[in-house]
Design a protein around this ligand. Structure first.
Ligand code: HEC
Length: 153
């Protein structure tokens, strides 16, 4: 390297350094503390939060939060039947009054379900009415089926 090339190299290096300092200074956030001026926005609450507007909303006869059918005793059922398991475990079942009672007894004897006291009649009545064994709108039993035998091959 001759001396003029050396000068050019030094000059170029200085230019690069100046450019780097310039870019760093431009990004002022590196030097100044930026105050967070954004307003605090509360996280959206889910339907299981009591402050949610739809917490106890009933739409088309269905209690939205739990999926329970609207009917006398609904609140008692929500209070007593959704603390250990989901409401779905209840709504997916269909039973007679006797079998609902037996299910309750079974939970009382084996799963620590409490004594429902005077509310039991209302609860059982709700269950046996809303979740009866055969309900309109459910698939009817197959009436006419032409069974055929599978042939051995
Ligand atoms: C103290 C806890 C507790 C409460 C409260 C409770 N259950 Fe249960 N229940 C259970 C447990 C535990 C099971 C078994 C869950 C499993 O098998 O995964 C169960 C199962 C069930 C089943 C399914 C039974 C089966 O044979 O598959 C139904 C239906 C049911 N509960 C309805 C109710 C109803 C109606 C109420 C309100 C009266 C209620 N539960 C309240 C603990 C409870």
């Amino acid at each position: 390297m001759n001396s003029s090339n050396k000068k050019i190299a030094v000059f170029a290096t200085i230019l690069v350094l100046i450019a780097m300092v310039f870019f760093v200074v431009q990004d002022s956030s590196l030097f100044t503390f930026k105050e967070n001026t954004e307003e605090y926005i509360a996280p959206e609450t889910g339907i299981n939060d009591p402050s949610h507007p739809d917490y106890d909303k009933i739409e088309n006869g269905i209690h939205l939060r739990t999926g329970f059918a609207e009917g006398e005793g609904l609140q008692l059922v929500i209070t007593n039947c959704t603390t250990c398991h989901s409401a779905k475990l209840v709504t997916q079942n269909r039973m007679s009054e006797e079998r609902w009672k037996a299910t309750i007894r079974w939970m009382q004897e084996t799963q620590n379900l409490w004594d429902l006291g005077a509310n039991e009649d209302t609860i059982v009545n709700y269950l046996a009415t809303q979740y009866a064994p055969i309900a309109k709108g459910r698939r009817q039993n197959f009436a006419k089926i032409e069974w055929y035998n599978l042939k051995d091959e």
